[in-house]
Design a protein around this ligand. Structure first.
Ligand code: ADP
Ligand code: ASP
Ligand code: MG
Length: 407
């Protein structure tokens, strides 16, 4: 049996916690299982490094940011290897590159392109516990590249897939995936089993407990994930092919995302090719557009609004300024004080009235909806940032999610 165990930032937040993690890993090893460990940077290290760079440069180069940020995970992997050695275990820390993790080279948001687990296999065969620095890999040009915030989860799943591990355990500061962020909704219920598809929606819509790309990879390679707490032994949440929740519940969770900004262009010409010009220009600048709304036509004119992540707002506004004339827009506006609330559930495909119930709950809570988007298993609304917490609670209540674990 081979287990990959990933420990997040708060789980390795200080030396005492690192020692406790080492004890957990060593216990697993002593039951006869092979273990590969993946770690995040200690506590708020990544945020601190970003702030540090900000004191030096207003617009730090992406390459240097990756050199800098990757050090956080290297520190924690070396310290955890030391803690394991102190317990009598044979352990070896490895950078992403040493662990054979190759990426597409996109600084700050690299995707893992392949894993070459030769070194990992050698270390395991030699009786060692490899401790891999998460969140990083090497690009085609030989530079260190990071995988985007929260990316250590993705390292763990990629390593599990590359080694054909039996299970990938994600240890964090909550004991599973809940029906909403327990920090916002203390009465949220733990979901015992969830499907890859539902988890992918929740993660993509803002549930940071798992990095969306990690769920995608897990689904692609059939890696079974378990989300558990590193502070207790409670059973966690299993993420796998066919979640037990499917069809049983109309809605299985509420997610929220504050990393959202809205851009609107007014009085755009109502002609073929206009949307293409605008969104091709955004794509050329590598701006990832999320929701899009085009209003009803009046007098041969339309309004188009779209959302992007806040980090991309500057680029999106530059594009709006650039294409304004060619699409005949009379002007544009933006709002970076918005957020997105979403409900997710595989069961909603077959049940009418879910959208109506969502809008009713928001209206009763006095929350104004600015944009709406739907797919087969989710409905999302853009609302004011200050109303997000209230909206999440109202939706959690409306769909009876606090009682989920008792039913
Ligand atoms: P780590 O450092 O271990 O990777 P993260 O902070 O990235 O931890 O993820 C854990 C956090 O995710 C929790 O503390 C919780 O506040 C947040 N979270 C958001 N949505 C959910 C959810 N639906 N279920 C559980 N946790 C959630
Ligand atoms: N340390 C990185 C971050 O804070 C990666 C991770 O924790 O998964 O985003
Ligand atoms: Mg995380």
């Amino acid at each position: 049996m081979l287990f990959v165990q990933k420990f997040g930032g708060s789980s390795v937040g200080d030396p005492e916690r690192i020692k406790r993690v080492a004890e957990r890993v060593w216990r697993t090893r002593q039951t006869g299982k092979e273990v590969v460990v993946v770690v995040s940077a200690m506590g708020d290290t990544t945020d601190d490094l970003i702030a540090l760079a900000g004191e030096i440069s207003g617009e730090p180069a992406a390459r240097e940011m990756d050199q800098l940020l990757s050090t956080g995970e290297q520190v924690s992997s070396a310290l955890l290897a030391l803690a394991l050695q102190r317990l009598g275990a044979e352990a070896v820390s490895l950078t992403g590159q040493q662990a054979g993790i190759f990426t597409d080279g996109a600084y700050g948001k690299a995707a893992i392109s392949r894993i070459d687990p030769v070194r990992l296999r050698e270390e395991i065969a030699g009786g060692k516990i490899p401790v891999v620095a998460g969140f990083q890999g090497v690009g085609p040009g030989g530079d260190i590249t990071t995988l985007g915030r929260g990316g250590s989860d993705t390292t763990a799943v990629a390593v599990a897939a590359g080694l054909g591990a039996d299970c990938c355990e994600i240890y964090t500061d909550v004991d599973g995936v809940y029906t909403a962020d327990p920090r916002l909704v203390p009465e949220a219920s733990k979901i015992p089993v969830i499907s890859y598809d539902e988890m992918l929606e929740l993660a993509s819509l803002g549930a940071v407990v798992l990095h969306p790309r990690s769920v995608e990879l897990a689904k692609m390679f059939g890696v079974q994930l378990i989300v558990r707490s590193s502070f207790n032994d409670n059973p966690g949440t299993i993420v796998k092919g066919d979640g037990g929740m499917e069809k049983a519940y109309m809605v299985s969770g509420v997610a929220h995302d504050l990393n959202v900004a809205k851009v609107g262009l007014f009085d755009v010409m109502d002609q073929p090719g206009i949307a293409h010009r605008l969104f091709a220009a955004l794509a050329a600048e590598k701006v990832n557009v999320d929701m899009i709304i085009q209003g009803a036509t009046r007098d041969g004119r339309n309004d188009i609004a779209f959302t992007v992540s806040r980090d991309d707002l500057k680029k999106a506004l530059a594009v709006a300024e650039g294409v304004k004339e060619t699409i005949g827009a009379k002007g544009y506006t933006y709002d970076d004080q918005v957020g997105k609330v979403s409900i997710v559930g595989a069961g909603m495909i077959t049940r009418p009235g879910v959208a109506a119930a969502m809008f009713e709950a928001l209206s009763t809570a006095g929350v104004n909806i600015e944009m709406i988007s739907t797919s087969e298993i989710k409905i999302s609304c853009i609302i004011k940032e200050t109303e997000v917490a209230r909206a999440v609670k109202a939706l959690h209540d409306k769909f009876g999610l606090a009682e989920l674990s008792d039913t």
